[in-house]
Design a binder for this molecule. Structure first.
Ligand code: XMP
Length: 321
């Protein structure tokens, strides 16, 4: 890999920020740029860097692809407005669900999401706004896994030999590409983002689709969304690196009110990790897990089985897809 990592202990956040602001301004010149904010630490840091560099010449969008967690747009858009960053909400739900229709293969689903983002939605936003650049928060771990062929991270293009100017009509600016998560958090903190942003557990670009085994339909997203909300409420106090709910494709036989109930399976994962490169399952207390299973099977329609994954990464990965 040609890109050189800057490790957290070697990072001077203030200097890095100043350098990146200068770099973004000089690349964009007098041109316009767009960026997509998801509310994760990477895209949030990039949004602030971009605004400091370009001011009103950067237009920030929040893409609602329908794969979000509960209330995400309602939470993130006003938070940035308070920080002085106007964000336009774009309803792209139909585009993403159409792109994913009938697909079950993990890498095909990832590719469909990448194309929906870059070829459809971003190309259109770039064209409409007259921008020449897309600013995005790709980090070092994203490229590493994609280039190694572990899984295609949704935001990796140039490292796979894709000429974004030719294929999509815009160039990429990726200020965080040399950093892993702990270093990105330092940058976000130094940029004075609130703690709820700079300390947020990671969340994948393909969002809940990375946690659905089999076809991604609105109904199945709704199931995993409800389970995710419960898992996040129950496990946030563990201080774990990341915690998630996965919806399985296979059904299992359950029993409810004395009758057979052939229902859904949710798998819970909770990870201890520094940077997502490796991880091990958090030793969550049994009482917490038991309550979690009780809540998911009573509050999420159709679920009759909840399991806790005790595998390390590797050989597991953090997400299921
Ligand atoms: P895996 O599942 O590969 O995840 O062990 C490593 C870290 O990356 C996140 N992840 C993604 N992030 N786009 C992203 O921006 C993606 O396509 C993607 N896939 C996984 C995952 O949540 C974990 O923190």
């Amino acid at each position: 890999m040609k890109i050189e990592e800057i490790e957290a202990q070697d990072l001077n956040p203030q200097r890095f920020i100043e350098e990146k602001i200068t770099e973004i301004s000089s690349i964009a010149g007098n041109g316009l740029a767009v960026n997509a904010l998801s509310g994760g630490v990477d895209s949030s840091a990039v949004t602030i860097l971009g605004h400091r560099a370009l001011g009103e010449r950067l237009k920030t969008y929040f893409i609602d692809h329908g794969l979000m967690r509960e209330d995400e747009p309602q939470r993130i858009v006003p938070l940035f407005k308070e920080l002085g960053v106007p964000v336009e909400l774009v309803d792209s739900r139909a585009e993403f669900f159409n792109a994913l229709k009938g697909m079950t293969d993990p890498e095909e689903k990832r590719e469909a999401i990448t194309q929906a983002f870059y070829k459809d939605v971003f190309s259109r936003l770039v064209k409409e706004s007259g921008a020449g650049y897309l600013l995005q928060g790709t980090n070092y771990t994203d490229i590493e896994e994609t280039v190694a062929g572990v899984k295609r991270q949704h935001n990796i293009l140039e490292q796979l030999g894709i000429d974004t100017q030719k294929q999509y009509g815009y160039k990429l600016i990726e200020p965080l590409i040399q950093l892993r998560k702990p270093a990105v958090r330092e940058i976000a903190k130094t940029l004075e983002l609130p703690e709820e942003i700079y300390n947020r557990p990671p969340f994948p670009g393909p969002a809940l689709a990375a946690r659905i085994i089999g076809e991604v339909t609105q109904e199945r997203v709704e199931t995993v969304r409800k389970a995710t909300q419960i898992v996040e409420q129950a496990l946030s106090d563990t201080g774990a690196f990341q915690y998630l709910a996965i919806l399985h494709e296979d059904k299992v036989t359950g029993v409810r009110d004395g009758k057979r109930d052939y229902g859904l399976q949710i798998e819970v994962r909770c990870w201890d990790s520094e940077d997502a490169k490796t991880g091990s399952p958090t030793r969550v207390g049994y009482d917490i897990l038991e309550k979690l299973a009780e809540r998911i099977t009573t509050e999420v329609p159709g679920v009759v089985s909840v399991t806790y994954n005790v595998t390390k990464k590797p050989p597991s990965t953090i997400e299921a897809v």
